[in-house]
Write a protein that binds this ligand. Sequence first.
Ligand code: SF4
Length: 491
Amino acid sequence: MKTTVNAATPIEHPHLDALDHGLLRAVVRGEARLTREQGLDIFNRMPFHELGRWADARCRELHGDSIRTYIIDRNINYTNVCNARCTFCAFRRDAGDADAYVLPKEKIHQKIAELAAIGGTQILMQGGMNPDLPLDYYLDLLASIREKFPAIHVHAFSPPEMIEFVHFFGPPGATLFEKCRWVLSKLRDAGLHSLPGGGGEIFAAPVRRKIGLGKCDAEAWLTVMYAAHSLGMFTSATMMFGHIEGYADRVHHMSLVREWQDKALGGAGALRGAAAGGAGALGEGEAQHFGHYKAFIAWPFQRENTPLGRVKHWGADPAEHLREFPGDVVARAFAWGANPDVDHRDPGEGPAEFGRRVRMSGSSDYLRTQALSRLFLDNIYSIGASWVTMGPHVGQMGLAFGASDMGSVMMEENVVSSAGTTYCLDEAVLCRLIRESGFVPAQRNNTYDVLRVHDGPSSPDRLVADWSEHRATRMHQEAPRQTKVTIGATK
Ligand code: SF4
């Protein structure tokens, strides 16, 4: 099975109506690219089920009609100490807090051993941005994982962590790109395989300035990923929406991912061009081995226990329905990034309520956003459904709205569960959700190669005799299920 998209960039047709069926058929075939305006138009105007059908058609074009995938991995949050103060975060702690922690290496090894015992292939390791941990902590940790668990893929350290590593470790280099590349190559040589797309949130500067206090900006986030791509590493991209942003900000976010993916797929030539602008240069040998974004995963903001969650919901006051959402007004003034310094306090540019009202996302808004991402991101291979935040059945619906991947059997999750989301599934349930959607479940690895296709009678879901005793459960309410994830032994 191929695990990339076509390298040729599809052509834009800005004069066509976004809902033109000829345009959409060409998008499905990978021959036309949506403009940002068309993307926003589709989001705003296309009927819900029609949007799902177009996204599904594009997904089938890329992935066929048979297999939909999942991965068995484990989230390991090695520290919750963080010097940023994102307003949407319920996970971070200050170093002196009673429940602040840094996991000892032995504890991390134990968690990986538990993962390996159930057939897991990957750890997703992220933490807060902890200024007390030196580079040697990470090098030693990675080397020890590689030595003890050579078959486990280490998917770790999101771009904001990487930017803080640059600040903490003072690497050599004239540009941010070069500094990131230095840190990344050290970590890669010690055992880091790929980078998760955490910390993407919403790239638009007015939104990011409000919600990501102390976190890197979009340019830095994208530069980290590009530096990883230049080293041949694969990464994912994410978006957290459904808070203070305008709908156009979601499309703007996707457009930056698409643009930088073009650069990565363009590989060495693009980097040489960028080098002229100071991004850095590659040796001839290195230039042959570019990585890129493998997947895009979007999920809605979870408000419980977060400072941002205490902000009033837009529309709580009925009179607000008569006005435009402040995030949409500011997004228009932001003008797809042409006016990055837009000041919402200026009555000419945006209402003072910007950032003081949240527009939470529900199921249909989530599915709409995911479906648009499948149509818009013509150069990204996989779109992941977020059952962790939306629940198993909305995640399952995601497979009919452009998603080709159900994400992970969630053995452990600490970040969104801190913000009130508590779903936990085992492999049999995940397989059943995929099969009930009309597809064959298949376990994949980090690079989206299929490891096992579950089309036989011993598939995890087919070993379950009584589904009434085998439901998706809520993590923390049924604590034993957190570590009792089993393969096959599901009767
Ligand atoms: S989201 Fe991440 S970077 Fe932001 S405060 Fe929480 S742990 Fe820190």
